[in-house]
Design a protein around this ligand. Structure first.
Ligand SMILES: [Zn+2]
Length: 417
């Protein structure tokens, strides 16, 4: 692929020195409307991720960085970029250039009401493939996404991919880069040897403060469980603390991603991107290493409701495969043979839906059929006594040498001997 160049175009009344692709910013933008917010506003952007979405559901992502951060002030910036058309693969194009130009044309709410123009800074961007068939341009209001606490602009763009120009939606997202390469599982398959017919995995969802009770139960019974964490809930009132998660990691209980906000169904691919990529970023900053993504149950429609094989193809699943080793979604089989044949394990069943008797029956079937099965619960699903009675059943099967209790990620690498 030929070297490509990304060109940024200035819009509106703001002067843009397009001859100087790394021109420094000047004149800091007004932060009106942000002053009362408790949200910390980043003053510069180290990387931009540009999501382009057409009406047929196709997604392209370009990602740009430069040695000089984009200072979010009027002026221009440019960074070298790569472009992906398949999100679990190598870039479709490298050596592109993304140019951004920030301008503030309307500086007061009154002006905005008078003219109907958006209030605040506007970013105009251009992705330039240097004649290699890749180009796109767009412009939109630049604002802090208060939920994700990052600069973001959305709007319409025009892109041409070796053909006629097409109108697409764009989402320009600051400082939430996806990995440059798809994740490589650092744990070899078959490296976890078990000596029982079956495997049982346990998972606690949503990271509540009350999960400390379950953690104590697990420790008393010598069991391990995976914690599915909405990354922005850590240390919030009513939710689990960093300290509890650190203690769980020390006890062998992995911390995995359960989205960032556990909010409603992402409305756009950009919203999904921030939940999937942002959550891994958050957890790594907290010192964890997530390998598994557990989609929230609040994602109830569209491509993020991964409830059938058809949902495991396409850009949503590709992005998850880029960032995570495995995704625990509703489309997975009820039980999986050992060793696991692919990169995913079994779907998780709600532990609250089992009585002690039906739980024991399910465990017997898993033992007979040499299966790996998976159970989950929330803090509010059962009283501590109910939870303990069910965990005791699992511990009894473990003590009888019939099942090994392993967290999902560990069980992915298990082989029977
Ligand atoms: Zn949840």
């Amino acid at each position: 692929m030929r070297a490509a160049r990304l060109v940024l175009i200035a819009l509106g009344a703001v002067a843009c020195n397009s001859d100087a692709p790394l021109a420094t910013r000047h004149a800091p933008l007004p932060r009106i409307g942000l002053r009362r917010s408790k949200v910390e506003v980043p003053s510069a952007v180290s990387s931009w991720t540009l999501v382009l979405a057409d009406t047929a559901g196709r997604i392209w992502i370009a990602q740009a960085t430069a040695s000089t951060p984009d200072t979010i002030a009027t002026g221009t910036w440019a960074g070298s970029a790569a472009l992906w058309s398949r999100l679990d693969s190598a870039p479709a194009a490298r050596n592109l250039t993304l140019h951004t130009s920030i301008a503030t044309t309307i500086t007061s709410v009154l002006d905005s009401m008078t003219t109907g123009e958006p209030f605040g800074p506007v970013v105009t961007w251009e992705l330039d493939g240097g004649g290699a068939g890749w180009s796109a341009t767009g412009a939109g209001r630049l604002a802090i996404d208060m939920r994700h606490r990052t600069w973001r602009a959305t709007g319409w763009a025009t892109e041409a991919v070796g053909g006629a120009p097409e109108r697409v939606r764009f989402d320009l997202i600051a400082d939430t880069p996806m990995p440059l390469d798809p994740i490589v599982d650092p744990t070899p398959r078959g490296s976890v040897v078990i000596h029982t017919p079956a495997i049982v995995s346990l998972r606690i969802d949503d990271c509540m403060a009350a999960d400390r009770v379950a953690f104590a139960l697990l420790q008393r019974l010598g069991l391990t469980a995976e914690m599915a964490v909405p990354s922005r809930r850590v240390n919030r009132r009513g939710h689990c603390s960093q300290q509890l998660l650190d203690e769980m990691i020390a006890a062998g209980d992995p911390v995995e991603s359960h989205s960032r906000l556990h909010w409603r169904t992402p409305a756009t691919f950009g919203d999904f991107y921030l939940e999937a990529v942002g959550s891994a970023q958050d957890l790594r900053r907290r010192g964890f290493e997530p390998f598994v993504f557990i989609p929230p149950g609040t994602w109830r429609s569209g491509p993020t409701l991964m409830d059938g094989p058809g949902k495991l193809v396409g850009p949503y699943a590709e992005l998850l495969r880029r960032v995570y080793v495995s995704t625990e979604c509703y489309a997975l089989p009820a039980a999986v043979s050992i060793p696991a044949p692919g990169r995913d394990g079994p779907v998780s069943w709600a532990l609250k839906g089992r009585t002690v008797a039906t739980l024991a029956e399910r465990l017997r079937v898993a033992v007979t059929d040499s299966q790996w099965i998976n159970f989950m619960w929330h803090a509010w699903d059962m009283t501590p006594e109910e939870l303990e009675s069910k965990l005791q059943v699992i511990a009894a099967f473990r003590d009888s040498g019939l099942v090994t209790v392993l967290p999902y990620y560990v069980a992915l690498h298990a082989v029977r001997q």
